[in-house]
Unconditional design. Structure first.
Length: 364
C-alpha cells in the first residue's frame, strides 16, 4: 500500500465519531480514502451507518496532513503501522466482528498466523493468583504459545514478566498511544517486551489512557488469541469484559476457580457457572485449542522434578497452588519442622516452590 493511501486511512479514522467499522464500509465502497473525502453528502449517506451529521463531519474535515504526520512519527520512533489490508495483519484478529483498521506496533513484526493465548485478570491479585499466573504462563511458554495481555498492573504484568523471563514471545496491547507507557511503572517491562515481543495499539500517537479506551482495547486482546484465560477477577472488571469479548468472538474461555468467599474469584467462578472451562493447569488449554492451531507445538508433559530428593518430593506432593502455612505442611508430610524449613528453602532455590508472607508456601 502506498504511503499516501495509508495516510488517507489515518485521516479518515481521525474524523470524529466515525469508528473502524464505518471506515471499513466506506473504503469497501469508495476503494480509497481520497474518494471518500471527495464524495458528495448524498453519496456518503447512501452507505450503511452514515447519517447526515457524520457525512458533514467527513466533508468538513480539513486536517489532511495528519496522516502523513503520523507516518513520519512512526518512522522516527521505529513504529510499524499495519492496516487490515496488509498481508501480515493477524488472521485471528481479522476474523472478529470489529477488527481495528490500523495497528501501531513496536518491537518484533506481527505474524499473520500466530498461535496465542490471552492471560488476563485483576490488578489486585492475591498470592494464589500470582502463583497460578506464573504456572499457566510457564506452560504456554514451554509450548511456544504466544502470551497476550494488556500490560496493566496485577495479573497482566505477571504474565508479561514471566514470559520475558522465560525468553518467550509476548504481545502487550495498549489502551493508549503506542508512545505512551501506562502504567508508568511498567516502562522497563514495556522496553523488555519491545526487545523480545510486540507492543500494539490502535490509537494514534499521544492518546492518553482514558477509561473509554480500555473496552476497545480488550476486544483486541481476546481477538489476537485462540483462547482467553481469566486468572482472578471481581464481578465487574476489565478482565470480565475481555472474557465476554472472547465469547462474542467464538473463542474459548478458561477461568481459574477460586474459593466462593474470595472477592477476586467472584468473576472467575461466575464464568465457570456460565460455561467457561475451569482451569487447573496449562495442558488443558493446549488440548482444547489443538485443532485450531496454525503450527505444531511442543506438547506439554507432566512436570517431573528429577532434581528433587525423595524428601523434597514428599513435601512437593503436599503443596498445590493454594497457600499453605508451614504448620499445615509439617502436619501433612510428617517431616520435622526444622527439616521442613530447610528442605523448602532448597526447593525455593530450585524453583519448585514459592514462599509467601506469613510462612506460607505454594507450588511454583
Amino acid at each position: 500500500m502506498k504511503k499516501t493511501e495509508r495516510a488517507q486511512i489515518i485521516n479518515l479514522l481521525n474524523v470524529p465519531k466515525i469508528g473502524p467499522q464505518r471506515v471499513r464500509n466506506l473504503l469497501a465502497h469508495f476503494e480509497h480514502g481520497e474518494n471518500v473525502f471527495n464524495a458528495s453528502k448524498k453519496e456518503l449517506c447512501q452507505r450503511s451507518g452514515v447519517d447526515i451529521g457524520l457525512a458533514e463531519a467527513i466533508l468538513k474535515y480539513k486536517d489532511f496532513g495528519f496522516g502523513l504526520e503520523q507516518i513520519e512519527k512512526a518512522e522516527k520512533k521505529n513504529v510499524t503501522i499495519y492496516t487490515i489490508w496488509d498481508e501480515d495483519y493477524p488472521l485471528l484478529l481479522k476474523k472478529i466482528y470489529d477488527p481495528p483498521v490500523l495497528l501501531y506496533t513496536i518491537g518484533q513484526p506481527l505474524k499473520k498466523e500466530e498461535d496465542a493465548v490471552a492471560i488476563v485478570g485483576t490488578r489486585k491479585l492475591t498470592p494464589y493468583g500470582r502463583s497460578m499466573t506464573k504456572a499457566i504462563t510457564a506452560d504456554m511458554n514451554a509450548a511456544q504459545i504466544t502470551v497476550v495481555s494488556g500490560l496493566a498492573r496485577g495479573i497482566d504484568t505477571i504474565a508479561h514478566k514471566e514470559t520475558v523471563k522465560n525468553k518467550s514471545r509476548t504481545i502487550g496491547v495498549l489502551g493508549c498511544g503506542i508512545d505512551v507507557v501506562y502504567p508508568a511503572e511498567n516502562r522497563k517491562l514495556y522496553q523488555d517486551i519491545c526487545a523480545a515481543g510486540t507492543i500494539i495499539s490502535e490509537f494514534k500517537f499521544g492518546t492518553k489512557p482514558n477509561a473509554s479506551n480500555f473496552p476497545q482495547r480488550n476486544r483486541v486482546i481476546s481477538g489476537l488469541a485462540h483462547a482467553t484465560v481469566v486468572v482472578e477477577a471481581g464481578h465487574k472488571s476489565g478482565a470480565m469484559l475481555t472474557a465476554f469479548n472472547a465469547i462474542d468472538q467464538n473463542r474459548d474461555v478458561f477461568a481459574v476457580p477460586g474459593r466462593a468467599t474470595d472477592a477476586q474469584s467472584k468473576g472467575t467462578n461466575r464464568l465457570i457457572r456460565n460455561g467457561a472451562f475451569p482451569l487447573e493447569w496449562g495442558k488443558q488449554i493446549i488440548e482444547q485449542i489443538q485443532p485450531c492451531l496454525f503450527n505444531t507445538h511442543q506438547p506439554l508433559q507432566e512436570k517431573i522434578d528429577l532434581h528433587l530428593s525423595d524428601e523434597e518430593r514428599i513435601l512437593l506432593k503436599c503443596l498445590n497452588h493454594q497457600p499453605q502455612h508451614i504448620d499445615e505442611i509439617v502436619s501433612t508430610s510428617g517431616v520435622h519442622l526444622t527439616k521442613t524449613l530447610t528442605l523448602l528453602l532448597g526447593m525455593e532455590l530450585k524453583g519448585a516452590v514459592i514462599q509467601l508472607s506469613g510462612k506460607q508456601f505454594v507450588r511454583a
